[in-house]
Design a protein around this ligand. Structure first.
Ligand SMILES: [Zn+2]
Length: 234
């Protein structure tokens, strides 16, 4: 087993820790992580969220109905829990309902629950935890497109977990739910570096510099263009 960074779970050459710095989003994020996602670290962004944000927590599992930690958080009166989940009944940062809720409980912190995983894993988690759908659902007031375009999701508009946190923080900021000075850019910064490392590794495989160890790699026969992201090292 090769060395893995204990924080970002990447190899030494691909450690992402120096590309991010922690900030306090004034929201508590809880990522429900499918065990499959936790093993698959190449393109997972959940751990990058945890490194980047204060008070971000990952809970691993599939059925969380008996999970004491999640149930305690859901019943903790200091929080206003929401499930990041699209749909016609979902609120967003512009909704009156959210304004009223936060105004009547100014000391409460938003507890944003995200299902971290591929579309397939996320479906499985929802199916095992139907009660989560009874929570207030939260989505966005605008449409966003993922910059993670090489990941094969069923819909190109599917945002990664990290982008979901990033845009949610942006919208909460724009609508005065959290401090105007909060800067979520370290999230996007580390995400861009992850994409860069990933594309470089794929190109090395295509060029025969790396063994084709992953099933399905036959799809990658063309060199990919590496986007010219502006990336900071902190
Ligand atoms: Zn690291």
């Amino acid at each position: 087993m090769s060395y893995r960074c204990p924080k970002c779970f990447r190899t030494e050459q691909c450690c992402l820790c120096s590309y991010t710095k922690q900030f306090d989003p004034e929201v508590k994020f809880v990522l429900l992580m499918h065990p499959k996602e936790s093993k698959k670290q190449r393109t997972g962004t959940g751990r990058l969220c945890k490194i980047s944000m204060k008070d971000c927590e990952i809970i691993e599992g599939i059925d969380f109905s008996q999970n004491a930690r999640l149930q305690n958080l859901l019943n903790d009166s200091r929080y206003f829990p929401v499930l990041m989940y699209p749909g016609p009944d979902a609120m967003n940062a512009k909704s009156e309902k959210l304004k009223l809720q936060m105004k009547s409980n100014p000391k409460k912190k938003i507890l944003a629950i995200l299902i971290d995983g591929t579309w397939f894993c996320a479906r499985q988690i929802i199916n095992k935890n139907k009660y989560l759908l009874n929570l207030n659902k939260m989505s966005f007031s605008k449409n966003y497109t993922s910059i993670f375009t090489f990941k094969k999701e069923p819909h190109p508009e599917c945002l990664s977990t990290l982008e979901t946190c990033y845009y949610f923080i942006q919208e909460l900021k724009e609508n005065d739910f959290i401090n105007k000075n909060i800067n979520p850019e370290p999230l996007m910064n580390v995400f861009k570096q992850m994409i860069k490392f990933q594309l470089q590794a794929e190109n090395e495989r295509v060029s025969g510099l790396r063994p084709n160890v992953h099933a399905g790699n036959f799809r990658y026969t063309k060199l990919k263009e590496i986007p010219d992201f502006k990336i900071e090292k902190y």
